[in-house]
Every structure is written in structure tokens, then in C-alpha cells.
Design a protein around this ligand. Structure first.
Ligand SMILES: O=c1ccn([C@@H]2O[C@H](COP(=O)(O)O)[C@@H](O)[C@H]2O)c(=O)[nH]1
Length: 278
């Protein structure tokens, strides 16, 4: 069955459930705080609990692949189950794997995450455009064909990103702005929202770029990295309705109580709603 375009599915999910992405980041410190071992059993219980708590109510769940890969193939198997269970429970799954390589290799990464028969099939994938936006073509094309989404790093939430992403070409156009222009071209004419998004940190003093890409803007950095939902209007301006604020540790620290995880996520959803209605 062919999926509807990711952008349309995301818009619907955000209208229905609110603008929030919760990251599934099983840090060793969180496993310990939840009373779990830093091992495969802990990884599985942690992931299952987050899915049980949130997959039927938040718009997007974003597993961070690194925390599964550190356990090798058995950790990746937990990731496969986590993705499948989260999708089955109704969440859109954005795989945070930040893949990026020459085009021929990018095609294999795209198949790993965006081909429906793949064990890691996800609704969307984060990618790095720093081998040149054109190197992402196989992933962009496969995502479009399968009703999936792509989120390309534009202005990341970490301070170290500045020297690369704010560097400018001879026409004084920053690298980030060029990425955003490419995304806007991919989203041309898409309704109600394009499927090709950008990662723009909520931690930025201001975006300083044109964010009108007709696509979603994933905004990590809220909570543990210091940003709040109140920062969204300053960073994103008129694009706030297309922002998918992303929170990992500041929700996850409330586990393992399912109720407390749900309440924490709901507080963030309410905070975003307050900002968008202001
Ligand atoms: O610019 C970026 C891109 C991705 N991330 C990822 O988001 C989460 C943030 O976790 P918190 O606990 O909410 O800080 C994590 O998986 C990062 O790899 C980001 O932070 N910034």
C-alpha cells in the first residue's frame, strides 16, 4: 500500500495530536535513572515503555539510532522492533540516523530506511547534506516515491555547527541558506506541507535565514540543551506552524512511569499550542 505524502501525514498528525516530536534516546544515564541495566534488556524495556506511553498520542517519535547501534546487531534488532511498534501504534517515526554519503552509497542508506520491506522502514529520515545537497538525490527520490520524508541538517542546535553552516559563498549566501533553498525547490507546489524538511535548532539566537521552505522544520534543542517553546517565535517567526519541536531527555527523564511520561509530553504540547495561539 502506497503511503500518502509524508508532509500531508505530518500536517494531519500535528493538527490532531499537537506539534511535538519526542526523541527516543536511551542514554546510559537514563537507563540507570529508570532502574534498568545498560544492556539489551534495559534498551528493550526503555524503548517499549516510551512507545507504550507516547506512540498513540504524540505526532512524531524520533529514535536516535546511535543509542541502539552501540549495542551492535542485537541493539539494531531492538531498534527495528521499536520502529515497527511505534508505527503500528499510530506515531510517525522519524529515524534520526543523519546519513550522508556519495550518491551511490546514499542509495543504499535510503533503501535501509525508506523501502517499505526494510526492517528499519521509517516514515522519515534525518540526513546530512554536507557532501553536497545533490548527493542526497537517491534518498529524496525514494522518499518521494514511498510517501516518506527527509530532514536535512541546515542549522543544527549545537554551537559547533556555526563555522560550517554559516559559512557563505561568493554571493554571501550561507551554506544553511543554500540547503534551505534546495529543500524549498523539492517542496514546490506541495499541499498542505512538503515532505522535505530542515533541521533548525531551537537554541539559535535567531535563524538569520529564510525559513519559507513549504516543509517541516524539526527543532531540536528544547529542554536539556537550554531552549524552551517560548523561543520558537523568535527563531522561527511566521514559520512556527510548520515547526516540529523535538524533545528527548526532558521528556524521558520522567520515566519509567507511563503516566509521568504522558504528562510531560502533554505539557510540551500545551506549551507549543500557547505559543502558536499567542
Ligand atoms: O541539530 C540537532 C540535530 C539533532 N539532534 C538530536 O536531537 C536529540 C536531542 O536530544 P535532547 O535530549 O532533547 O537534547 C538528540 O538525539 C540529538 O542527536 C540535536 O540535538 N540537534
Amino acid at each position: 500500500m502506497t503511503l500518502a505524502p509524508f508532509g500531508a501525514r505530518l500536517r494531519h498528525a500535528m493538527d490532531d495530536r499537537g506539534q511535538l516530536c519526542v526523541g527516543i534516546d536511551p542514554h546510559a544515564a537514563l537507563l540507570s535513572a529508570w532502574g534498568l541495566g545498560d544492556d539489551l534488556a534495559g534498551l528493550e524495556t526503555f524503548s517499549r515503555t516510551v512507545v507504550e506511553a507516547l506512540a498513540d498520542r504524540v505526532a512524531v517519535l524520533k529514535p536516535q539510532a546511535a543509542f541502539y547501534e552501540r549495542f551492535g546487531s542485537k541493539g539494531v534488532a531492538v531498534l527495528e522492533r521499536t520502529v515497527a511498534e511505534a508505527r503500528a501504534a499510530g506515531a510517525l517515526v522519524l529515524m534520526d540516523a543523519k546519513r550522508g554519503d556519495i550518491g551511490s552509497t546514499m542509495a543504499a542508506y535510503a533503501e535501509a530506511f525508506l523501502l517499505p520491506d526494510s526492517p528499519l522502514f521509517s516514515d522519515a529520515l534525518t540526513v546530512s547534506p554536507y557532501l553536497g545537497f545533490g548527493s542526497l538525490r537517491p534518498a529524496l527520490d525514494l522518499a518521494r516515491a514511498q510517501g516518506c520524508g527527509i530532514f536535512a541538517l541546515a542549522l543544527t542546535s549545537n554551537p559547533e555547527g556555526f563555522e560550517v553552516q554559516r559559512a557563505a559563498n561568493a554571493n554571501n549566501v550561507s551554506v544553511a541558506q543554500q540547503v534551505l533553498r534546495h529543500l524549498a525547490a523539492e517542496n514546490a507546489d506541495a499541499q498542505p506541507l512538503g515532505s522535505f524538511g530542515a533541521v533548525v535548532g531551537a537554541t539559535l539566537a535567531d535563524a538569520g535565514v529564510d525559513l519559507a521552505i513549504n516543509g517541516p522544520l524539526l527543532a531540536p534543542g528544547i529542554g536539556a540543551q537550554g531552549a524552551t517553546m517560548a523561543d520558537l517565535p523568535r527563531v522561527f517567526g511566521a514559520a512556527v506552524p510548520d515547526v516540529v519541536p523535538s524533545v528527548s531527555r526532558d521528556v524521558l527523564k520522567h520515566g519509567p512511569s507511563v503516566t509521568a511520561l504522558r504528562e510531560a509530553a502533554q505539557r510540551f504540547v500545551d506549551d507549543v499550542r500557547a505559543v502558536t495561539l499567542a
